[in-house]
Design a protein around this ligand. Structure first.
Ligand SMILES: Nc1ncnc2c1ncn2[C@@H]1O[C@H](COP(=O)(O)OP(=O)(O)OP(=O)(O)O)[C@@H](O)[C@H]1O
Ligand SMILES: [Mg+2]
Length: 249
């Protein structure tokens, strides 16, 4: 059963989830999840591999019609999704990928502006295969932001990038979010990425959020700050990794 949109969420909320259950056959992946995300709030979602992070994101994105589920799921209509691979159409130019579905010349203009925002001015007419992985992911970000979404859902968007490109993408995402102020749910494996970017960090385990941590450090965040290290080791322990980096039993 698809979850139903229940009572209207208050105007300050971008997302309202209540008692969300998701099952694959007999396996319960989300076991009665509750979550509110404020408008403009940046939430990172951590969890072990297989804990259900993508399942949760797909539920919010309305992409899992075949999965058995119950509960209330209230999200804005105007949402965008970014995945680990840019998923560009190879037979369309970069700007056409960004403006797909947008009408006329105003769409074209918005597409060019979005590409300039992600640092790809001058590459509008390139083909996707002429871009690096990092550049393709910039196009995916431009495509998602060109519609000014109220909610941006991102599933390990930087997971396939090298460490340096990843850091540059963090700066870019932070800038773009400060300008456009969408609510964000960022799924990541990378604890430092989560602490660098998020206002709030969730940890999903055994179908529930076992952590909901507000990050009050000033931005841009200093990885050398002892509070950063403290949050990192706390989150790693919640993920079942001991402080010395070994997996707990
Ligand atoms: N279509 C499906 N049919 C059956 N089981 C599925 C399906 N999709 C996901 N699962 C199972 O649901 C569980 C959660 O998967 P999910 O992809 O949400 O995990 P994840 O937390 O995103 O993991 P990762 O960090 O590896 O991406 C896994 O055990 C997975 O095998
Ligand atoms: Mg996943």
């Amino acid at each position: 059963m698809a979850p139903h949109s229940g009572q209207l969420k208050p105007a300050t909320k971008a997302v309202h989830v209540e008692s969300l259950v998701r099952r694959f056959a007999t396996k319960t992946i989300l076991d009665g999840v509750d979550l509110d995300i404020e408008r403009g709030e940046f939430v990172a979602l951590l969890g072990k591999s297989g804990s259900g992070k993508s399942t949760f994101l797909r539920a919010l994105a309305g992409l899992d019609h075949e999965v058995e589920g119950t509960g209330t799921l209230d999200v804005p209509e105007n949402l965008s999704v970014v995945f680990q691979d840019a998923r560009l159409l190879p037979w369309r130019s970069v700007v056409q990928n960004v403006t797909l579905g947008l009408p006329g010349t105003s769409g074209q203009e918005a597409g060019r502006k979005a590409l300039a925002e992600v640092g790809l001015q001058g590459r509008e007419n390139a083909w996707p295969n002429q871009l690096s992985g990092g550049e393709q992911q910039r196009v995916a970000l431009a495509r998602s932001l060109v519609r000014d979404p109220a909610l941006l859902l991102a599933d390990e968007p930087f997971g396939a990038l090298d460490a340096l490109t990843r850091l540059k993408m963090h700066d870019l995402l932070r800038e773009l979010c400060a300008r456009h102020r969408p609510a964000v749910l960022l799924v990541t494996h990378d604890v430092d990425e989560a602490i660098s970017l998020a206002d709030r960090i969730l940890v999903l385990d055994e179908g529930r959020f076992i952590e909901d941590l507000r990050i009050d450090l000033p931005t841009p965040r200093d990885h050398g700050d002892p509070r950063f290290a403290q949050i990192r080791s706390h989150l790693l322990s919640r993920l079942g990794v001991d402080v010395s980096g070994r997996k707990a039993a």
